[in-house]
Structure formats: C-alpha cells, structure tokens
Design a protein around this ligand. Sequence first.
Ligand SMILES: *Cc1c(COP(=O)(O)O)cnc(C)c1O
Length: 225
Amino acid sequence: METNNFNIIKQNVTVLQQSLPSGVILVAAAKTRLPDEVNVAINAGIKTIGYNYVQEAEKMHRVITNDVQWHMIGHLQRNKVKKAVTLFDMIETIDSVKLAEIVNRQCALIGKEMPVLIEINSGKESNKTGVLPENVRTLLKQINNLPNLKIQGLMTMGPRFGNPEDARPYFKLTKSLFDQLKKEEMPNVEMHFLSMGMSNSYRIAIEEGANIVRIGTMLFGERIS
Ligand SMILES: *Cc1c(COP(=O)(O)O)cnc(C)c1O
C-alpha cells in the first residue's frame, strides 16, 4: 500500500472505528508516520495517538496541534522521563519500581498526576520489556503509594505470531491477571484499562477483554522503515 495515500488512511480510520465495539479506545500507533498522515487520521476521527519514542513524540508535538491524547506505548528510557511526562497523557509501559519512581518524581516537579498502565511480559520472553506475570502484584505493592501516579490498568504486547489466534492465550493470561487484581482492590490501583492487540490481533484481544487497542499498519499501511 502507498503509505502517503491520505484517502486510504481516512477510509481505514472510518471503517475501523465503525467496527470497534463502543467503549474500546483506539490508539493510532503512529511511529514513523509523517505529520500529514497522522493529521489526516486525526481529522478522520482519531482521538488518541501512541508513540514508542520520546524524541519522535516531541517532534510530532510541534506539528500536531489538534487536541488529542498522547500515549507512550514503547519502552521508556529513564533519561527520557523528564521530557516524557510533559508530552504524554498516559504511559502504558511502566515495568519496574525504578521507572515508576522516576516518573513519579518528574511528575511531582511539574505538578502532574500521570495515568499509567503496567506492561506485562505475558509471553515471558527474555528479550522483551514488561514485568513477568508472577511479579506484577509485588510491583504494584511497591509503587501504589507514589502520589503522582494513577495506576489504571495493564498493557501487553504478547509474542508476535503469524496467526493471531496463537496470541489468544497471552491475552487470556493478561485478562485473568487484570480480573484478579481488580478483585483485590489494592489501594490506589484501579483496574480500568486493558491495552492489548495490534493490527493483526486486535479482534482476538477485544474478544478477550481489551478496551484499548493499539493499531498502526491497519490505519497507515505497512511501515517502510
Ligand atoms: C507498532 C506498535 C503497535 C501497532 O502495530 P501494528 O502491527 O502496526 O498495528 C502496537 N503497539 C506497540 C507497542 C507498537 O510498537
């Protein structure tokens, strides 16, 4: 697909939004996309955009003037937190005490309360970020007293498969963690958002309980870089 085809992007946004159940938040995963492409998507109705890198989000902030929600969906490096807390409305990828503390501190300095999700390494892949499923409860207990964080749910990538059906067990696992934690009602921990599913797997993720989906390719076309 021609990436620079605005009409196709517009149509993709419309079709996808119509097909999503109400209550599911669509995050347009915008890495590598041109400002014009992202603006077309926003004008077609996208309300939330996701970036993987602070630097790219910063550049795009200058050219995207519409009022949209910005989500950090990539691994957040500690030395980028100071900038990140000024750019983003939600950080979906908290996965350690240290990172949570740094985000909390930088938010305190600018008087912001940051909505965050805990990233789960649901495939227990050694090369992936995210906290292991068995460690999420401990992590939450260590960070739920940080006053400038609003812990609002979980996010997972899951292993990448050709067949999206293969991702289902990882979504199920993350949903069951989500449900358990919700029942436990830990102080200052809300289990409200469950972010899972990308272009090839979002239908399955929604079947398994996702209420945030992060979609790039299906909106903007294949990435060339
Ligand atoms: C790129 C990306 C997506 C979207 O992937 P597509 O396959 O292009 O839909 C979702 N989540 C994260 C964290 C990503 O980096």
